[in-house]
Design a protein around this ligand. Structure first.
Ligand SMILES: C[S@@+](CC[C@H](N)C(=O)[O-])C[C@H]1O[C@@H](n2cnc3c(N)ncnc32)[C@H](O)[C@@H]1O
Length: 297
């Protein structure tokens, strides 16, 4: 348990940070106003070598490593967004992240100015909705978004909004093994609350017919459902659904992330911009970084 999540946390953070550097290198030559939006920003810290999932506490510097949001804020001046929108549902996390940013600012560290940084408490889906509405009105704005939930908190509706924006490069953590495979037991008996969560996650009830098989009726004419779909099938299904939504800007495989040797999450990438001049380079960079990350394991 001590090493819970260490590998996947580090890998995803490195991939996202490297992507931001590459994105800013390309985009800052153009006249866009750029936002970094992290709707599951956490506390700013994670325990070194482990994942904050265990306690969510603000840890002392010497015990803790910087999480993604704080690392992004501390990127060198050459790699600056115009806006940073960082959100989390937990009051304690928001307070901790804000305190870390304030301390860096007060200590004269090289972080973006307060007018460029918003640290907000609230549900990620609402934050994304507000940011998509904002982007709709501003033709010269673009964003990179990182959605890094532990579970199934991101609704399909939210992904639809991101796709429609046409302006967002999205890194999305999908809980393939950690949640989806668990709430779709192979025996097919999915409790109503899990069904509801799956409907919200997949934007409707089609997951049932897409991933479950109807068994032959028994002697009494009763047939049941069974999940024959493997974890890889579930992963492929998520990727196909993302392609239905985002079109050609979805990375074909994403990056499988493991916890304790078991495939637990998929780090997916989708560029909402349908113009090949935009999604082409974005996909090439994402692909390069994911291959590097796979090689590093
Ligand atoms: C995997 S952690 C994020 C880690 C962070 N990206 C980092 O690099 O340190 C997931 C976070 O999502 C937050 N969270 C859970 N449900 C949420 C929701 N519905 N909206 C926003 N944040 C949520 C949790 O409080 C937790 O901090």
């Amino acid at each position: 348990m001590q090493e819970f999540g260490a590998e996947h946390t580090l890998l995803k953070q490195e991939v996202v940070l490297d992507y931001l550097r590459a994105y800013l290198t390309v985009m800052r030559k153009q006249r866009f106003r750029l936002s970094y939006i992290d709707a599951f920003a956490g506390s700013g810290w994670r325990r070194s070598g482990t994942d904050a999932i265990q306690d969510g506490l603000l840890l002392q510097d010497k015990e803790a490593a910087m999480g993604c949001a704080l690392s992004v804020l501390r990127m060198p001046k050459d790699f600056r967004f115009h806006r940073y929108v960082l959100g989390d549902l937990m009051r304690g996390n928001v307070r901790s992240l804000r305190a870390a940013y304030d301390a860096a600012l007060a200590g004269g560290e090289n972080v973006p100015p307060p007018e460029a940084v918003q640290i907000l408490r609230g549900d990620a889906n609402r934050l994304v909705e507000a940011e998509c509405q904002r982007l709709e009105k501003l033709p010269n704005d673009r964003a990179v978004m990182f959605l890094d939930p532990y579970g199934m908190q991101v609704s399909w509706r939210t992904l639809e909004r991101i796709a429609i924006s046409g302006k967002i490069d999205l890194w999305l953590l999908v809980p393939t093994g950690m949640a989806l495979a668990r709430v779709m037991p192979r025996h097919g008996d999915v409790p109503p609350s899990w069904r509801k969560a799956l409907d919200r996650f997949f934007g409707g009830p089609d997951w049932k017919s897409d991933l479950f098989t109807q068994t032959e009726p028994d002697l009494f004419g009763v047939s049941t459902q069974r999940r024959d779909a493997t974890l890889q099938d579930i992963t492929d299904y998520v990727l196909r659904r993302l392609r239905d939504l985002f079109g050609p800007g979805v990375h074909p495989s994403g990056l499988d992330l493991s916890i304790a040797g078991r495939r637990s999450y998929l780090l997916a990438f989708a560029c909402a911009n349908r113009n090949s001049a935009a999604f082409g380079p974005a996909l090439r960079i994402a692909d390069h970084l994911m291959r590097e990350a796979k090689g590093a394991r």
